[in-house]
Design a protein around this ligand. Sequence first.
Ligand code: GLV
Ligand code: MG
Length: 347
Amino acid sequence: MSFTLPKRAVPRLNRSELAVPGSQPRMMEKAAQSGADVIFLDLEDSVAPDDKPAARANVIAALNELDFGESTVSVRINGLDTHYMYRDVVDVMEKSGERLDLIMIPKVGTPADVYAVDMLVTQIEHAMQRKKKIGVELIIETALGMQNVEAIAAASPRNESLHFGVADYAASTGARTTVIGGPNPDYVVLTDKDAEGNRDIHWGDMWHYAIARMVVAARANGLRPIDGPFGDITDKDGYLAQARRAAVLGCEGKWAIHPSQIELANEAFNPPEKEVDRAKRILAAMKEAQAQGRGAVTLDGRMIDAASVRQAEVMVAKAKLIAGAGRSKAAGKAEGAKAESKRAARA
Ligand code: GLV
Ligand code: MG
């Protein structure tokens, strides 16, 4: 190991991250019940300029009045190049009590963008004597942001996660897309001709470089890498395929731009049961070898090295987090049902 050890961000489940427009109170009500790991209430691109002040007021009301259960709650503020941004931070933080967990900054281009928001958030936290320290989610969605992603990831101790904002990234880089976050039929490799002159077409993943680069920057700084939106809400297989590709590269979760994508995200980012079982067996084998004073650990006839043990530890810790969330969601539902039947009995 290096003498420099990345400090890990606050551990949170972040498999599914539901996006909800702040201009739609009804959708925020439904989102609160969705059970998504993270819910972000949007003041940015899903809200038209004329609706910005009303959306801000809706979001503040939602944070004060709705029960978001176990979900982590975030607000996506407007970009630092707009005059909406300072009021988003000031009003939301000053008027929404302690429920807010995270602020999401869109189109981060340089570490100074993060520094500026950190300064504002820190002042308000002190002035309001907030108990909960607000974390920050950063969307990497411009060429500038990707160029500076390493410095951005290290810019503040509030940083918790990096998100790949594929739609704006395509706009910024001039990439050609057909479906937001999906593949492009022009991004293919042709095999050489076989004896009969036939060739196969292999589709490639045009987002591989961007996601892999963001994952490295995130992990090197102890942050969660999260894949962004997938635009075709009718294409569940397409969503799952993209989510699984991101999971394989190291992402911890993916956005859901519709509640129907929440379960898909959870499915893709839950570690497979077989792998969790194997990880537990690796840790048990290691413990046994240590107890017996053996240096070499084997499982099923194969040597287990230190890197496999570290991977197993990460996987088992994640499985515990998921199991814990499952239990508290079930308890939350049971509480809700009890309250509901008491209400019905009173009526
Ligand atoms: C998200 O904000 C995106 O641009 O994909
Ligand atoms: Mg965007």
